[in-house]
Ligand binder design. Sequence first.
Ligand SMILES: [Zn+2]
Length: 445
Amino acid sequence: MKRKNIIILLSVFLVLIAIAYLSSNIKADRCPGCNVLLISIDTLRADHVGAYGYERSTTPNLDSLASGAILFENAISQAPSTLPSHTSMLTSLYPSEHGAEIWSYLGGSKTTLAEILKSRSYSTAAFVSGSQLNKSYNLGQGFDTYDDSSMEKNAGNVTALSLDWLSEHYKEKFFLLVHLFDPHHPYSPPEGYNVFDTFNDTKSVVWNASSLSIEDSTGLLLGIRSGRVNITEKELEHLISLYDGEIRHADYNAGILLDRVGKLGIANRTIIIIVSDHGEEFKDHGGMLHSHTLYNELLRVPLIIKVPGMPAARIGGQARLIDIMPTVLDALGIAAENLRGVSLLKTTGSLDAYSERFGNATRLLAEISLSTGKEKIIYSIQRGSKRIFDLESDPKELVDIANSTGAIGLDKKLSDVFSSLEREQGKSVINKEQEERLRSLGYMV
Ligand SMILES: [Zn+2]
């Protein structure tokens, strides 16, 4: 054999060895048969999490997890309110498709992550704490245990229930969803967690914000949103500090759960996901609360995924909550079909993020948006108008450039997604009592 041929053969051999080595590494990166712990912290803006650059120490436990996990810097929720957002996480469908928003429940024909895992012999449980996730909305599909007994209680309740369940099931393959409600208003950090607030104006209209009932808190915050109640910068800072204290308490409880996973000796076979369903506005665009816009203070949320054996990373490209289910299934080595999202373990680059908002009073789709990560379009179905933002030069979405840019590509991307939706016509499930509840939470005005 000629020397040249020997070199070619040797090169091919080396390439084959390299491919085999890389393939085995990719396999090793996956986690077949692993447990899944999904912790959803309601109403948590990404920019109030330490690992996302917040200057206050709101989240020491999440930060510690993030340092050894994959952190998605630009994770976008598909809806700015609790039920549609969680349902998108657990079905990998857009809100119009799964049909679960405040007026309607999840249709039985949709497949949830819990159902797939249950069919694979997983023990499945969810402990939730917001009325938007109560049993009647059907998000319990596929969960052996769906506990909604902690409605609007602080994270300690849900954490204790989750730890009890974990102590009984940690030797089995499990999927556990824990939903912590603390950062949701009223902004009332428990004793010992009001650690960021220095406000002392006892005559202020927001002085007693931390001791208000949920109904009164909604009234105050809607008053501020509408301009009926005027507040100063210092008063706004007071509300933000209380909110941050609640985040600290949710983080403390998330830390207890993460610590228990370690103590039970299952950290090396448990995939951990930390996420929020939506953010919260503090006058970023003049408003308060959530569910009323598609701006990023409501859509950009933390997303931290720890897969045993996978190295830590920070991913700058855009990710979406509909990608959680395919990512989990990919990590477990389970094939999946008919999902809108993609596995974030396979994706490089930025994913276009489509989101929807329903009108509280009309019950109809009010706004839709699409963000490429560099630019974003928000289209108002009610008004028939659009706003466009350059997220690179204007990340806070303050300067509408719709009149000065063609943005033909963005328009097309938005309409392509919108026209491809397979809409689910949900049925209303709420009664008078639930309607009052939604009103007190600020979901109906
Ligand atoms: Zn929520």
